[in-house]
Design a protein around this ligand. Structure first.
Ligand SMILES: Cc1ncc(COP(=O)(O)O)c(C=O)c1O
Length: 382
């Protein structure tokens, strides 16, 4: 008998940005030069103090499974970090260290969502949120956000979307794809709706001229997802964590034990060094991102894309491209094929994001300049 594929496997949508990137790699193999502005990954290599800690861990024989919750020194350091940065008191017993924010998200959704349950998400959103929920048989309920408001979630429509099966609302500030922050007032109002809040804080630290807040400043009825990929340029290390109310830890731990056993031991020692020794490196990378951000915002506006609110976080500019084409998928692939620049189509991030393009400034200023020059020439001759 031939193996039969599950509906779940067949129906999970692709991550379109990966498809842009994979097509870009094909073009590169054919000899074309491509500028990558589609990628949501730091172009920096991991700071040396973190690499040293990883090497040291290997030398010291820290090469085994760890406790399923993660090594205690790392969990204690995460607590210190949340205390120093946000004034929030946590116990290491509230933290589960995972192999990235993606597994953290999966564990959490598995613990919160039964088939038929609902989770409230913003539209636009990070594509994996609804894909994971749907995979589990739950239903994502979308609340539209608008470019003029910097795509900030509004508590009122969230309130109207709450039903008998609603299990949580998810926020992501600074946000992928928009690069915008949720104001403390709105965050507080969302926290006070009485619904559990999941806060994806993976872009915390990458904030320019504003201040980010953790949901834990406003409510204990919350789950934080976070990771080391972006701020510390550690995408390949696969390290993240969940902070949860104490009664959720045991179920999350059992899921972790079954699915993943533990996060990578070497990565965990690297993560500890990131939180304790990488402050200067982070400041250096942040300064560079900010220069690129300011340059990109100006050029994108000059090219005629709509950008009413300046993004102040992460490393993305999410611009209205409707003037150049209603179908963002076609437009992104046209820009790739004809201008040799990878950009992410808005439709990857939700129906309400159609007509937008996401530009990443996780690339050198020189490449950003060249990429935007190419787009300018392409638009002029279209
Ligand atoms: C909003 C958001 N959450 C989570 C992730 C997953 O990150 P990782 O699994 O590398 O920690 C990403 C990656 O792009 C992201 O943009």
């Amino acid at each position: 008998m031939q193996a039969i594929m599950t509906r779940k496997a067949l129906e999970i949508p692709p991550f379109i940005v990966m498809e842009v990137m994979e097509r870009a790699h094909e073009l590169e193999k054919e000899g074309q030069h491509i500028i990558h502005l589609e990628i949501g990954e730091p172009d920096f290599t991991t700071p040396s103090c973190i690499c040293d800690a990883g090497r040291e861990a290997m030398t010291q024989g820290q090469t085994h499974y760890t406790h399923s919750l993660g090594i205690l020194p790392l969990r204690e350091t995460i607590c210190n970090h949340y205390l120093e940065r946000y004034g929030v008191h946590l116990s290491p017993d509230q933290i589960i260290v995972t192999s990235g924010t993606s597994p953290a998200l999966l564990l959490l959704f598995c613990a919160l969502l039964d088939p038929g349950d609902e989770i409230i998400l913003s539209d636009p959103h990070y594509p994996c949120y609804p894909n994971y929920a749907t995979f589990l048989g739950a239903r994502p309920v979308f609340v539209k956000t608008y470019e003029k408001e910097g795509f900030q979630l509004n508590p009122e429509p969230i309130k109207k979307s709450i039903g008998g099966r609603t299990r949580a609302v998810l926020i992501n500030s600074p946000s992928n794809p928009t690069g915008n922050l949720l104001s403390p007032e709105r965050m507080k109002a969302i926290a006070h709706l009485g619904l559990p809040v999941i806060s994806d804080e993976i872009y915390h630290g990458l904030v320019y001229g504003q201040e980010e807040h953790t949901i834990l400043e406003y409510t204990e009825n919350a789950f934080v997802l976070n990771g080391f990929s972006k701020l510390y340029a550690m995408t390949g290390w696969r390290l993240g964590f969940v902070i949860a109310p104490p009664r959720f830890i045991r179920p999350l731990q059992k899921l972790q034990q079954n699915f993943f056993i533990s996060a990578g031991s070497i990565s965990q020692w690297g993560g500890l060094a990131a939180l304790t020794h990488a402050e200067e490196d982070v400041a250096r990378m942040k300064k560079v991102y900010d220069e690129r951000r300011r340059y990109m915002i100006q050029r994108i506006r000059e090219l005629g894309f709509g950008l009413p609110v300046e993004p102040a976080g992460a490393f993305y500019v999410f611009a209205n491209a409707r003037k150049f084409g209603e179908n963002s998928y076609d437009l992104a692939f046209e820009i790739l094929e004809k201008a040799g620049v990878g950009v992410s189509p808005g439709i990857d991030f939700g129906q309400n994001a159609e007509g937008f393009l996401r530009f990443s400034y996780a690339n050198s200023l020189e490449n950003i300049r060249e990429g935007l020059d190419r787009i300018e020439r392409f638009l002029d001759h279209r």
